[in-house]
Write a protein that binds this ligand. Structure first.
Ligand code: ZN
Length: 269
């Protein structure tokens, strides 16, 4: 596995972000894992909060979204955001999404359509971006504890195989920052027996859970090799200067991770 850390932090237009250098090399993709820095929201949403459903002011969130879109060269209306449910619903986008009044009740998206920027909002859960380099299909996954228990990552990879005939050997996967096993204590009410290999016991009926490991195991089950996987291995709670953390702060913002296929324009003279 390829590990990325704080030394990989970049800044563009005053907005810090992480990127996977291997994805960057693919000319037809734009992606980034944003942090909490570089926006206009005030505490406790300071400052690059992208969520409208946590109590932040709408105009500040809209400005934050516009700033991000401008920095990475897309229209804010092309950013597809879900009403993330902590479940395993996967949205398949085969036609350009019309902005609907209804919220999109899903936790993952897959598309091969250009100019659809798939965005995942997190504050401890793992955002996962997937690219099929051959079939030109992309996916964005929101994997929290419940989604991970339901196998959202494995199911998303399977959907790519079913719907687009993707081959596991052509996939590049990037796991974004999430709460680490250093900070993520869970109790017996939510702990699953099969997670013992992904957790360290901490007293009676308590464990420190490694969300990334649960999702890495799902990728391995689908035949994906270590060298195809990149992990921005930073705990959102430990690195509270860079990231929102629900466990750390409760009322707080959500950082955006996104990926999109560039529309290549051919000039006819
Ligand atoms: Zn930590």
């Amino acid at each position: 596995m390829n590990i990325l850390n704080r030394t990989h932090l970049k800044t563009q237009n005053g907005i810090p972000y992480f990127e996977n250098p291997e994805l960057k090399k693919i000319g037809w993709i734009t992606h980034a894992f944003l942090t909490r820095q570089g926006g206009l929201s005030l505490p406790p949403y300071g400052s690059l909060n992208v969520s409208l459903s946590n109590g932040d002011e709408q105009k500040r969130v809209s400005s934050n979204r516009e700033r991000i879109a401008e920095t990475f060269g897309f229209d804010p209306n092309q950013l597809v955001l879900l009403k993330q449910m902590q479940l395993d619903g996967i949205l398949i986008i085969k036609d350009p999404v019309q902005m609907k009044p209804n919220p999109l009740l899903y936790d993952a998206m897959i598309t091969d359509i250009p100019n659809q920027y798939l965005g995942i909002l997190t504050a401890d859960c793992i955002p996962i971006l997937v690219v099929d380099q051959k079939k030109k299909v992309i996916s964005a996954i929101h994997a929290g504890r419940q989604g991970s228990a339901l196998g959202i990552t494995k199911k998303s990879i399977r959907k790519m195989k079913e719907e687009w005939d993707c081959s596991e050997k052509d996939l590049l996967i990037t796991l974004g920052p999430s709460i680490g096993p250093c900070c993520y204590e869970v109790d017996e009410k939510v702990f699953l027996k099969e997670w013992e290999r992904f957790a360290i016991p901490r007293g009676v009926g308590k464990w420190m859970l490694d969300l990334a490991k649960i999702n890495l195991a799902q990728l391995k089950e689908e035949g994906i090799k270590d060298e195809q996987i990149f992990h921005i291995d930073l705990c959102t709670r430990c690195h509270s200067d860079l990231f929102f953390s629900y466990r750390g702060e409760g009322q707080t913002g959500r950082q955006l991770s996104f990926i999109g296929i560039l529309k290549l324009t051919i000039l006819n003279n």
